[in-house]
Design a protein around this ligand. Sequence first.
Ligand code: C5P
Length: 426
Amino acid sequence: MQQKGKLFVSFDLSVIPNKNIILAVTGGIAAYKSAILVRRLKDYGFDVRVVMTHGAQAFITPLTFQALSGYPVHTELLDPEAEAGMGHIELARWADLILVAPASCDTLAKFAQGLADDLLSTLYLATKAPVWVAPAMNQQMWAAKATQRNLQTLVDDGVHVIMPDAGAQACGDVGLGRMPEPEQLAYQVREYFHKAQRAIAEKFGLLAGQHVVITAGPTREAIDPVRYISNHSTGKMGFSLAAACYAAGAKVSLIAGPVSLDTPNGVKRVNVSSAVQMLDESLKTLEQGCDIFIATAAVADYRVAQVSDQKIKKSGDELEVSLIKNPDIVATIAQQAQRPFMVGFAAETQNVEEYAAGKLVAKNLDMIACNDVSRKDIGFASDENAMVVFFAEQYHLKKRELEKASKQEIAQQLVESISDALRRKL
Ligand code: C5P
């Protein structure tokens, strides 16, 4: 794992995609805070469905939660209509975490006893997801022996109890029993999933299970059987990235133009010469389920219109060769139905960031890493690089700067950038 703080200038790791939360609201005045809690959970990228007990509906209406969560609110266990939408067993399976906030005394008692006489208590028994309870009640009820006994049972059963705050209560008492603020609860839920994600990444690698395809090196565009047009690309960046992706747990296919580099360990390499060949091989990988496509190749923009079958003889003082435009590989892949997560590179000599951001949009990429090749100390043939990376994220661009470092180090940072961006996009 990389030391995140050290490597990145600014980055927001706050969003957790693809996780489902059931927020169960029970009867208590703190139920009004649960409306904000839905908002905060959604801000973090969670999908939230709300379950309400009958008691909760005395304090706040299902309509409020429906509007905030974007889903009908689940209130009944034995309602055929509700069961037809998403039955209680399906709901129990849907959840990645059930957060009961506020959790009333009655609900805690039901959970502790294993009753199943309403939707929430049945869900509690039917789910494999972690269950969190945020008890909120009058301080005397909190202190009552029966409540404490039930809580101990729940802790023993593996329920996570979020301790109530102390302070002034709605009933006029002062003491323990206030539900923590929605921001605090949502933050704790987010941290729980972040920790789980970090643990998986540490164990299996940041790109575990992903098929990464990388184009690298220059292309060679034949003029005749002995001559060609090409460029100075060495392929080092693409090869370093291939090694870094493999180290991060990915399956890696490297489509390499003519370069004199050894194939990194564990990487499947296909050698190509021209841009058209590179495109053909790239398209083939889509059928093999490419998840991430990284275009580091310095593809020749033009190829010779009529490649001569025979060596062109020296004749006059001038030779005219007509060129036609090559296909844009990365842009073509980005247009396909099975579009992978798309990463491009841009080498510019002026207005670096502006041009790179323009290419990100024009080529329909998710991310672009650009470097200033007018700088003599980095880039093309150098072993070092420095980059600015742009991410296309829901109608705006995010930027991250990677300071000058070896191409291997930069490759590691790009892998992290890709993994983080993917996670936010899923
Ligand atoms: O347009 P430009 O060549 O600057 O764009 C650079 C990015 O586009 C790189 O990721 C490069 O690999 C990719 N590219 C491509 N096919 C081309 C030209 C560029 O995939 N014909």
